[in-house]
Design a protein around this ligand. Structure first.
Ligand SMILES: *[C@@H]1O[C@H](CO)[C@@H](O)[C@H](O)[C@H]1NC(C)=O
Length: 320
């Protein structure tokens, strides 16, 4: 017994850091992918920052929809900053180590902003549903109090969920193997490395994951389905085209996000190769935060107007 305790202790102290293997990219293409990821990260940061600043500056955009959008942009910005800088640094430095505490912190913030994103997408779908199906009551239903409550509730739930997983992960001990075949400290990759019993963790991932991913996804689908059906009741060619282009682009981002996350965490199949999993993880950690600003706002006339008026006021552009 005491010998067993001795080995566990020694093993636990042995793992003070993990090695992030990164992406399965052949060495001759490293530079190309480095440039690509750097460009994607900068686009994400810039696109989302511009949206936050525009919404803050332009008083026409102080409505529930844009306050959710600004929150989503903030969440996207942080979400990609949890993984991308470390990935870029690892690609450059050839030193793939990350301290144990850093790894848990990365996992915590990763979960936190992924959940926040998920809740905000629900709030935005609900907002559009109220705006299109009950246009006359929109202002009274989506009161500032409801908006703040929805955002606060998202923060509380997401803190609780991320904390739960991080504490459960901190209980586990890790033995010799500290190589993570991934580009960030992913929960399921860490579970595979652990030499403790991970049954509780897997159970919690499954139960909480179903609640926190499937319920929002279904709510979003229901909102958009009701939007589409209410538009089809009073058909007009222009209205239909507009509805499908808006809902279609929102739904494609939403499906990309939830589809890959649900596929990875709720239906892990044994034949999933590491490469396939990494590419799927890339989709929701890098691609969706980059696309969100473009899909949700920059196609939007109010946002374009706000951009031009802010640039003109600040004399950045020469305006006629
Ligand atoms: C998020 O939404 C809340 C509630 O509408 C708003 O008060 C807050 O300013 C928003 N935060 C950001 C960063 O946009």
């Amino acid at each position: 017994m005491s010998q067993m305790q001795g080995t566990t202790e020694r093993n636990q102290t042995a793992i003070s850091q993990f090695l992030l293997l990164g992406l399965p990219i052949p060495t001759e293409h490293q530079h190309l992918f480095y440039a690509l990821f750097l460009a994607m990260y900068l686009t994400t940061v810039l696109g989302n920052l511009i949206i936050i600043i525009l919404i803050h500056l332009d008083s026409h955009l102080h409505t529930p929809m844009y306050s959710f959008l600004s929150n989503l942009s903030f969440s996207d910005l942080c979400f990609s900053s949890v993984t991308m800088p470390k990935l870029l640094q690892n690609m450059q430095s050839q030193d793939p180590s990350i301290p144990y505490a850093g790894c848990l912190a990365q996992m915590y913030f990763f979960l936190f902003f992924a959940d926040l994103e998920s809740f905000l997408l629900v709030a935005m779908a609900y907002d559009r549903y109220v705006a299109i199906c009950f246009p006359l009551h929109y202002m009274s239903i989506m009161s500032p109090r409801l908006c703040v409550s929805l955002v606060l509730l998202s923060w509380v739930l997401t803190t609780f969920h991320a904390m739960l997983h991080t504490l459960l992960m901190a209980r586990l001990s890790f033995c010799e193997d500290n190589v993570i075949p991934h580009f960030f400290c992913d929960m399921s990759a860490l579970l595979k490395l652990s030499c403790s019993d991970t049954y509780v963790n897997e159970l919690v991932i499954f139960v909480m994951g179903s609640l926190i991913l499937v319920i929002p996804f279904v709510l979003i689908l229901v909102s958009y389905a009701r939007i589409v059906s209410s538009i089809l009741k009073v058909p007009s060619a222009r209205g239909i085209r507009k509805a499908f282009s808006t809902c279609g682009s929102h739904l494609s981002v939403v499906s990309l996000f939830y589809g890959t996350v649900i596929g990875l965490y709720l239906c892990p199949s044994a034949d999933n190769s590491t490469v396939k999993e990494t590419v799927m993880a890339m989709m929701y950690t890098v691609v969706t935060p980059m696309l969100n600003p473009f899909i949700y706002s920059l196609r939007n006339r109010d946002m374009k107007g706000a951009l031009i008026s802010v640039l003109c006021k600040k004399k950045i552009l020469f305006c006629l």
